[in-house]
Design a protein around this ligand. Structure first.
Ligand code: CO
Length: 509
């Protein structure tokens, strides 16, 4: 029988994908604007505009005819390795997305917009009950979504897989279980030592000067201002409209210099990844980041492994003292280094130190798992939160705003996202460990304010590959090892041994 169907060529596939990318990135501009410059009264119409573009993009992407053509194109022997990877990843994405009916996508988008508003109102009122009804609706939709997508062993797996391909409850249970004991042991040792002072960063720092410092810092650490910009927002984030237009935001606390500094470096790490993606692959899978865990590995690597190192503090302290001479009088790089590495159980995840951070993530992970199982009524979330913070961090959560209303994620419909934060920090330690082996004298370079070679290495090892390798494949290529918490544990043990003058541990036989 003659083949009467039109066959898709690779160039046609590329233009189709790029049209879709144009739609998606146009939507991203609207979202960026919503969180930076849009006047308050624009919110309602804007959520409609965003929902329409989301639905259009979904319809465009899940065209059944295209799914067929993609499979035919996959059988084309003339495709090279990268082209084949692009097409096969797209075919996979289409088949995943096509499992979600169009009206479901619309309902989800509208519920998310309303939830975001309810979450903001709830925060203002400092009352979880204001958010609870919509959150309950969202959780029901998320369970439905998991069923549409299909899952094995646990419904949460379907959601986890959207952010971190192949990530499962059993893998995360094992990772968190192995982290808990050594982290708790280290925290106990630190708690027994004298606390370090953070007074140097907790002073009055004029907002305008902080802003100038943040722009200077970005430039010195490799942010390309011809291909990006920084603005302010309540919740710092990074978004991009191509590798040549990457937007980051920061926030400024006039009484805490470390808040802006590390939030800026964190988003810088995300931005450097986006600016390093190959522009030639615009709109195609190989032009996109491989997973959220890897994205977060880049932000956490720059924020912690670089930004919270003694080398970075030595290199930047003179600049900090230049901007804030009075506040820095009598202090030195080491004072700053200790202050920004103070370990203390606290309420807010984004402000947590590198050790207690994982407990914040574990608590959210366990809670989301329970919610997806349907074994916890939504109204019991504040009580659950309270008990978990008491149990893992030994602190009494004073109210909802400082507790279960602090993160924006649920109101965005992002369930299964939190674990990527811990994975990112673990990958970061592993990648940075590999970088120290690959780049002789790396710490010396960082002390001298020279970040180029590290950035280049990250570009070659991670950024330029887009989605060609999965997280685990990248991890193995770079470190010769699958994700292994020992890299992280070794890094933090060494760091805090110095800061808190801990006793040398006996080497286990
Ligand atoms: Co991040």
């Amino acid at each position: 029988m003659p083949n009467t169907e039109t066959t898709l060529t690779y160039p046609q596939y590329t233009s189709w994908m790029r049209e879709l990318a144009d739609l998606r990135y146009a939507n991203a501009v609207l979202q960026w604007d919503q969180e930076t410059y849009m006047p308050e009264a624009g919110a309602e119409r804007r959520s409609g505009q965003i929902a329409t573009l989301s639905e259009l993009a979904h319809r465009f992407f899940t065209d059944p005819q295209k799914a067929k053509e993609l499979n035919q194109l996959l059988a084309d022997n003339s495709l090279d390795e990268k082209q084949r990877k692009n097409v096969s990843l797209t075919a996979e994405d289409v088949s995943q997305q096509a499992k979600l009916p169009g009206d479901f996508v619309r309902t989800m988008s509208e519920t998310v917009s309303k939830s975001f508003q309810a979450w903001m109102d709830a925060r203002k009122a400092n009352n979880f009950a204001v958010f609870a009804p919509l959150l309950g609706k969202l959780i029901d939709l998320k369970k439905k979504e998991a069923d549409y997508l299909g899952w094995q062993a646990h419904p949460y797996n379907a959601l986890l897989n959207q952010y971190e391909k192949g990530c499962t409850v059993s893998m995360l249970d094992a990772t968190f279980a192995s982290l808990r004991a050594p982290l708790s042991a280290l925290l106990a040792k630190i708690a027994a030592r004298q606390q370090v002072s953070e007074s140097i960063v907790k002073q009055s720092f004029p907002e305008e000067t902080q802003w100038q410092f943040s722009m200077d810092l970005l430039e010195k650490m490799g942010f390309d201002f011809r291909a990006g910009r920084q603005d302010k927002s309540t919740h710092p984030f990074t978004t991009n409209f191509s590798a040549h237009d990457v937007r980051i935001t920061t926030r400024i606390d006039p009484n805490d210099l470390s808040n802006m500094t590390y939030s800026t470096i964190h988003e810088l790490g995300h931005a450097l990844y986006e600016q390093g993606l190959p522009d030639a692959e615009y709109g195609l899978p190989l032009g996109e980041f491989t997973s959220l865990g890897i994205h977060e590995s880049q932000s956490r690597l720059w924020e912690n492994n670089v930004g919270r190192s003694l080398s970075w503090c030595s290199s930047f302290f003179p600049l900090i003292a230049h901007y804030f001479p009075e506040q820095c009088a009598g202090a030195n790089a080491e004072t700053f280094y200790r202050a920004v590495n103070r370990v203390q159980p606290s309420f807010i995840r984004t402000e947590a130190d590198e050790l207690t951070y994982h407990f914040h993530v574990m608590i959210r992970y366990e809670l989301e798992k329970t919610l997806m199982e349907g074994s916890l009524p939504v109204n019991d979330i504040p009580a659950y939160w309270h008990a978990a913070y008491k149990k893992y961090l030994g602190i009494e959560v004073p109210d909802d705003k400082t507790g279960c209303l602090q993160d924006v994620h649920w109101s965005h419909g992002s369930f299964g996202y939190f674990p990527t934060y811990s994975l990112g920090s673990l990958y970061a330690a592993q990648f940075f460990g590999a970088a120290e082996i690959a780049i002789p004298g790396l710490q010396k370079q960082l002390s001298a304010g020279n970040f180029g070679q590290l950035l280049n290495w990250l570009r070659q090892e991670i950024h330029i590959h887009g989605r060609f390798f999965t997280s685990e494949e990248l991890c193995k290529r770079i470190s010769g090892d699958t994700l292994n918490i020992n890299w992280f544990m070794q890094y933090v043990k060494e760091k805090y041994r110095f800061i808190y003058s801990l006793e040398e541990e006996a080497i286990p036989s």
